[in-house]
Every structure is written in structure tokens, then in C-alpha cells.
Design a protein around this ligand. Structure first.
Ligand code: GAR
Length: 208
């Protein structure tokens, strides 16, 4: 199967959703390594509980974003991964990483893009008093939270919502659309044409 490295910075609930779909045999991917830029986060515990190998690479140990990314690339390539899944990875990545896995890096962002790029998108949405929010999975390009969109899902923002209540409604959908996008990537079904991503039909199984 298609092999992925999953990069995290925190709780790893999206990592968990991907692990669960793999263990349920509905997602045809294999996780070769879970990498966190922060030690001690609960996403690392989740990975270890499922027997996955983990690596902590702290960005603060590197003089530049490019040096940090070069360290990521070494570990990801050593793990044998074909693609890179940014699952709550809260660092801006550079061409050093992007160009090492062209067309094979996915990110999740907790907004209907192009709304609210950057950190605390859920808080930005709640403070803006939107009526609708959601999440997006996109290919990563050189601009932050910008690349071609693969799938989005929307949730209502309700009266009295704050960052936490809106965020948890969004998160429930993140856990549904992220494994779906990873499955399409793993099946080589995503065709990028400029900003447009087409999802191709599943290949027919062999007859003989
Ligand atoms: C998720 O809400 C994800 O969309 C967001 O971080 C959270 C990670 O949660 N990512 C970003 O904001 C990226 N700009 P998790 O660690 O439980 O998966």
C-alpha cells in the first residue's frame, strides 16, 4: 500500500482517525512514521499505542525553516514514505520539504478555505461571527493554507458558539474528510489541473 508519514504538533485526533480507518481496512495506506515537532504531545502516545514508530524533531533545534525541513525530509525518506500528511502540524513548511514529495503532501485546515488562514482559524471564525464554517483538505504549495483543495465540509455556526464549541463541531468533520482524502491520494486518484483537483473513479478490480 501507499506509505505515509504523518506530521503532528499536538493531540493527534486526526492521526487517530487515519489510524482507525487503516485498522478497519477501509483506508489502504500504511503509516511508516509519526513525527512531531513537539515532545510529549498526546499524538505521540496515540501512535505508540498503535505500534507506530515515532520521531520528535524540534524546530527550535534548527537555525532556519529550511534546516528543520531538511531534517524532516531525511527522517521521512528513511521511513520509506511516499507521501506526507500534515495532521495538525503547526509549522510553515518550505520548498525543501515540498519539493521532496511533489504532489504528495496533504494538509488539513479548520476553515472553509480561503477563509481564516493561519493559526486559530476556529477562534477567528467564532469572533467573525460567521454562520457557517468547516474544514478543508488541500495539497500543500509554497503559500500557507493555499494549495489546490481536495475536499471541504461545512458545519453551521450556532448562536453562542465560541472557539471551543465551533471547533469541536468542525473537528468531527475533519475526522471524516481527512481519511477520505488520504484514501484518494493512496489510490492515486487525485488529478491536479492548476487549482482544480479532480477525483478520478476508483480503478476497476482485476477480473482475473
Ligand atoms: C485540527 O483542528 C487541524 O485542523 C488544525 O489543528 C488541529 C489539530 O488537531 N490544523 C491547523 O490549524 C493547521 N493550520 P489534532 O492534533 O487533534 O488532529
Amino acid at each position: 500500500p501507499y506509505k505515509i508519514a504523518v506530521l503532528i504538533s499536538g493531540s493527534g485526533s486526526n492521526l487517530q482517525a487515519i489510524i482507525d480507518r487503516i485498522e478497519q481496512n477501509v483506508l489502504d495506506a500504511r503509516i511508516t512514521r509519526v513525527i512531531s515537532n513537539k515532545p510529549g504531545v498526546s499524538g505521540l502516545e496515540r501512535a505508540e499505542r498503535h505500534g507506530l514508530s515515532t520521531t520528535v524533531i524540534e524546530h527550535k533545534d534548527y537555525p532556519s525553516r529550511e534546516d528543520f525541513d531538511a531534517a524532516l525530509v531525511r527522517v521521512i525518506q528513511d521511513s520509506g514514505a511516499d507521501g506526507v500528511i500534515l495532521a495538525g502540524f503547526m509549522r510553515i513548511i518550505t520548498p525543501v520539504l515540498i519539493n521532496a514529495f511533489p504532489g504528495n503532501i496533504l494538509n488539513i485546515h479548520p476553515s472553509i478555505q480561503p477563509a481564516f488562514p493561519g493559526v486559530h482559524a476556529q477562534k477567528q471564525a467564532a469572533e467573525y461571527a460567521v454562520k457557517l464554517s468547516g474544514c478543508s483538505i488541500h495539497f500543500v504549495d509554497e503559500k500557507m493554507d493555499h494549495g489546490p483543495i481536495i475536499i471541504q465540509a461545512a458545519v453551521p455556526a450556532l448562536a453562542g458558539d465560541d472557539e471551543k464549541s465551533l471547533g469541536s463541531r468542525i473537528l468531527a468533520l475533519e475526522h471524516r474528510i481527512f481519511p477520505q482524502a488520504v484514501q484518494w491520494l493512496a489510490q492515486n486518484r487525485l488529478e491536479i489541473n492548476g487549482r482544480t483537483v479532480n477525483v478520478l473513479n476508483a480503478p476497476s478490480p482485476a477480473v482475473v
